[in-house]
Every structure is written in C-alpha cells, then in structure tokens.
Design a protein around this ligand. Structure first.
Ligand SMILES: Cc1ncc(COP(=O)(O)O)c(C=O)c1O
Length: 445
C-alpha cells in the first residue's frame, strides 16, 4: 500500500491504521500495547514516515542547482533524531551548545552542521569553531565582533552567513513570526544594519561571508512572504557581491506549515519548495547574480506529523451549560504549545478509534495553571478514566519544549517501525528530577 506522506485534511497519514479491534496502530505497533509496555505519556514517532518525508524534501532538485536541506534540530533534538537525519543525508541546524553537543554525540559530520542563535555565548561560539562545524549564522554586530576575535585566537578563517530581518510579515502567530522588522533576530535590512555588516565583512580577514540567511516564521501556508523575502535578500546579495564578498548561499530558512486540525491546509512539500525555487530563479533573472545554492531549514514539517502523543485519561468535571473537562496524565510540562500560542490539535481515543461522535471535551493537563490545556474542544465518544488519548502532529516543538513544571518527569519517546518499537529517550523518574538538586549545608559561621 502506498504510504500517505502529505498530511491530508482528513484521514490518516504515514503508517497509521485502525485495526479490527478499533485500536490505533503506528508502524505496525498497537498503541494500546505500547502504552501498556512503556507507560504514558508516550511520544510515538513513525520512523518510516519520517524517512520518507525527508526524502520528499531531498527529491526537490533542479538541473544545475544545488538545493541543500538541513533539519532544524530545535523542533525535536535527540541522539536518535540527529542520527536519522545524518543517515538520510540532511544537514543539521543547531541553536545552542547543547544541540551541537547532541549532534556531535550522534555522529553527525561537523561540516554538515550550522549554528544559529540570537545570543550565542562565547563558550558556544568557541565550541562551534573548535568543532569545525560547516558555518555559523551570525545574528548581530556584537556576535560579529566576538566571533572575529574567537577566529583570530584560534588562527582560523570561519565561514559565516549573515542573518537578515527582511521586514516581511509572515501570516502566522506573532510568537512564531521572525522576519518582521521589529524582531530580536537578525540584522535589520530597512535601517541599513545588514548592509553595514556586509561592508564590515568585506575587510574582515577571519570571517568569510559565504551567504545570507532569512527565516520569516513558522507554520506558514502562503508563499507571498517567502517570495518577498527572497526578492529583498536577492538585492542585498547583489550588493554583497559588488563589495567583493564570496557569496554563494541563499538560505531561506524553514517554516512550512503542517496540518494540526482541519483548519490547516498545507501544500505538498514539493509544491512549497518549487515555489521558493521559482522565486529564487526570478531574482537571479532580475539582478543578474550567479545562481546561488538554495538552503532550506525545515523543522516542524519534518517531525511534526511524525509524532503522536499518547496520554491516559483521568478525572472529569462537567460544568453544566459551560464545559466538560477531562484530564490527561501530562500537560503543558510535555506540550506547552497551546499555553504559548493557542495551538490546536486533533485527537482520538486510541483504544476505541472506531467510535465516533460524542460531546465536546476540553482536554486539560495536570499542571497547576488554568492555561494548562491541550485541546479546548475535542469531540470524544463518552471518554472514561483509563481510555488512551492519541494526540496527532505532536512531533515538533513539544518534547523539545518540555519542562519539569510541577516536577513532572519528561515522557518516554519511542520510534516504531514494522511492528517493532525502540525507546530513543527513556522516561524520566522522580529520582531523575532531584539528581542535580543539593540539600542546603550549614553555613560557615
Ligand atoms: C532560523 C530558523 N530556521 C529554521 C526554523 C525551523 O522552522 P520550522 O520548524 O517552522 O520549519 C526555525 C524555527 O524557529 C528558525 O528559527
């Protein structure tokens, strides 16, 4: 059977199936069995879908073009994920010393890694330079000075891209919109900061500026933001070349939207990427710049739909005429996205996936915050304590954003494939929660 790689508005994708007992399965593994074996909350990744999805990105090439795809590790960064990304031949984008450490531990080639971040510390930059990663995306003038000094002390020439805020409003939530002028990220284009940086780099011996970067935001469905950003970046690229900079890369970031609920209607990946390549081709024609390498950094669109989180339902509360609440054994401590920016999800009962209809239920977490909600209006067929809730498209910015709020241990993560499951992150225990705590000792008098 052909696997559904795009995430349809209705219906399953990847290896998701409902068996004759009404149990949901992924990768040939019954989710009821997985919950019994590994406990809940449990994040289940469809490994085959992940690999196929990466191959969709890699397949978009044009004759004579170099299109490089790097996975934005922030979406979900663990050893196994970095390992899988490297096996599939993607580059890796990291934003911290911790993500870089994870990638290197997983065996990712340093040359395939590039580093972002609006406030990289000296220690993180020095670690990146010492590790010999492919390049560093410089975010601001303070970092430029710091990196020049680190490169000087190390006696190295470091390849960099300049991150630019192109002044483009992406049609997405304010908190995941990053290309507008009023943003903490990147050199501002409109006020000339980006041009100043390029001029400085034209005479900077230790930093070799090989390209430009912009990332306009996340969960984007419309192409116009990308097109406008690419037009502006193309003009800047042409000015950089006139300054004599060895530019060869135009990195347009990530941001491709995915389906969380029926409201989201993502384009097939191939169409989204094709639209970007068309915009670059247009800029090449208009400005006369040589064809740049086009770099992409998808995160959410690679891992988001691959992940399903399983919770066990617990208590209920019906407020007559107002709302029905049902609680899960997790919450904002493993998925803060609704609390952060009103994210929406679809869910079914994994042990009764054929049952349909039912009242609207607000799915509440177990943390001590009224805002600790996962879904405001899930249609659930008479949910009972002990039922298993499968929440879809929870593979991106969930586990990676998990916290220990209320001292909830972080869930386990499994990859599933061909009827087998592998734990790739062990469930934390209560003992893990106190491992870095120290009892107060008597003060010296
Ligand atoms: C610089 C950069 N690149 C890529 C991404 C990945 O975006 P997405 O997960 O929406 O594809 C982000 C997300 O914040 C980012 O900041």
């Amino acid at each position: 059977m052909q696997m559904q790689i795009e995430t349809p508005v209705r219906g399953p994708w990847g290896t998701m199936r409902v068996d004759e007992n009404g149990h949901l399965s992924i990768g040939g593994c019954d989710l009821v069995d997985l919950a019994a074996r590994y406990g809940t909350p449990l994040v289940v990744y469809d490994e085959q879908w992940l690999r196929e999805r990466i191959r969709c990105f890699r397949a978009v090439q044009r004759p004579g073009w170099t299109v490089k795809v790097s996975y934005a590790a922030k979406a979900f960064c663990t050893l196994a994920m970095c390992q899988l990304v490297a096996e599939e031949g993607l580059g890796l984008d990291v934003v911290s010393g911790g993500e870089l450490f994870t990638a290197l531990k997983a065996g990712v080639e340093p040359a395939q890694i590039h580093m972002h971040g609006n406030n990289k510390t000296w220690q993180e930059l020095a670690y990146a330079v010492e590790s010999g990663i492919g390049l560093i995306i410089v975010d601001n003038a303070v970092e430029l000075n710091m990196l020049a000094e680190i490169a000087e002390r190390a006696g190295r020439v470091v390849d960099i891209l300049i991150r630019v805020a192109p002044g483009v409003e992406a049609h997405t939530h304010d908190f995941i919109s990053t290309g507008q002028q009023d943003s903490k990220f990147g050199f501002d284009l409109a006020s000339g900061q980006a041009d100043d940086a390029l001029q400085r780099l034209a005479v900077e011996p230790r930093l070799r500026c090989v390209g430009l970067h912009s990332h306009i935001g996340s969960q984007i469905f419309e192409a116009d933001g990308f097109t406008l950003a690419i037009q502006r970046m193309g003009q800047l690229y042409a000015r950089g070349l006139r300054l004599g900079l060895p530019l060869r890369i135009l990195n347009v970031g990530g941001g491709f939207g995915i389906r969380y609920t029926e409201e989201d209607q993502p384009q097939p990946i191939v169409d989204s990427v094709d639209g970007i390549l068309d915009a670059v081709a247009a800029v090449v024609r208009e400005t006369g710049i040589p064809q740049p390498e086009v770099w992409l950094e998808p995160g959410r669109s690679i891992v988001g739909p691959a992940g399903t989180t399983l919770y066990t339902l617990g208590t209920q509360k019906r407020v007559p005429g107002v709302r029905n609440y049902v609680s899960i054994d997790g919450g904002m401590s493993d998925n803060p996205r609704l609390a952060l920016y009103g994210a929406k999800y679809d869910a079914v009962l994994a042990n009764r996936a054929k049952d349909t209809g039912g009242d609207a239920w607000a799915v509440a977490g177990k943390c001590c915050e009224s805002g600790d909600m996962l879904i405001w209006d899930a249609e659930l067929p008479n949910p009972q304590p002990g039922d298993l809730l499968a929440v879809f498209s929870t593979g991106a910015y969930t586990y990676s954003m998990a916290s220990h709020y209320n001292r909830n241990p972080k869930p386990a993560v499994v990859f599933v494939r061909d009827g087998q499951a592998q734990v790739v992150v062990e469930r934390e225990t209560w003992a893990d929660l106190v491992q870095h705590d120290r009892l107060l000792q008597p003060w010296r008098s």
